[in-house]
Design a protein. Sequence first.
Length: 260
Amino acid sequence: MPQGSYPQKAAKPPSLGFAAAELPRALLEFMTLLPAHPFLGNAPRGDGHPVMTVPGYRSNDTSMNILRRYLRHWGYAAHPWGLGTNLGVGYERVSYEERLLKRVEQIVEQAECRASLIGWSQGGVIAREVAKTRPGLIRQVITLGSPIADAPEATTLFRIFKRTSAEEISNELMRVMREVATPLPNVRCICIYSRSDGIVSPEIAQDLVSPNVENICVNASHFGMTVNPFVLRVIADRLSQPEDDWRPFNTRRLGWLLNR
């Protein structure tokens, strides 16, 4: 078994109550964007470096449009991943990594500086794999509720596959997730997770073994992470850190965002 980000035996699947509340919670988070705009508009500005968003399973670039708009507002060169719908690990994972790496290489060459990657859910898994392949291109990786540890059974998706007798799919998901559950060396990683995530257990959305990693807990649904004002503010704070003067997340200044 590869070295994972969290002991498999410690991970439990999300509760059915959290899973059932995902859609209404995500809608509520989206509705809070308008009143939260002054709060987000005053977030720290960036240095203009490129930031690419990587959508989650069965999602495409549309799902992260709002995040990219805020990234541009904060002064970053925001890029979609441009690879259509994410069909998930175990199907197009290798080609996604190769194709995404080519996109990142082009962007970095044009910008003449390293890029940051923001991956939502399974998109975070792909982003981390790209960073493992070419760490010199990546400034930092930010994952949003991503199943990065060695316990695929601690996801609602795996539970659905099992109950629908999709044995081949669940076995492939198990194999691939355990294959990618390895530390992320030489690249800074920010793992944003929620204890009330109804899709991915918070235990497997954290990285407890990689160097240069921060695990930040927020109060958010899984589906609403790309539009949750608190998550967006944390992203702005982490992206604004200078490469040569990195400071940990300020829990005194923004600690009320955390879901303690």
